[in-house]
Design a protein. Sequence first.
Length: 181
Amino acid sequence: MLYGAGLRPGEALRLRCCDVDLADRVLAIWDTKFFKSRLVPIGADLCKALDTYWTVRQRLSLPDETRSAFFCTHTGHPITLAKLETVFVRLREHAGIRRPSSDRWQPRLHDLRHAFAVHRVIAWYREGADVQAYLPLLATYLGHINLSGTQTYLAMTAELLGEASLRFELYAALSQENDHV
């Protein structure tokens, strides 16, 4: 959910059963950071994974009916952020994913949201989209109040730099061609 929909950890944990519309592939995110609410469309792969989870989830207690937590423990109670972070660290360590000890911190849950944003921009470059025109859409999707909030998510990875460089090379080649005409 954090990577697949670009959600903040708290946003995913606050989802209620009634906020997840698998038929229309939309998540309703209510009163989040900066007191914003938004509808978040999700892709087919994430929808399929959530549907698989939902099939199991329906066997568990719904203490507050459809307003119950979508992600919950086996007793039907909401998963806490502390529990999610503990499980994430355990999974990360089990998978052997780590940064050098000299880095400020090890990979965090919130880094999945950053990866979502970077990979979305890379995909737009590869699709030939007007990335500058699409960045405000990404900001809205992520629930940011302005574009600068989104820009902090866009770390310059080798892959993103490569795609941006290819775009610039095409632009420069077209400019030179036009100068010769």
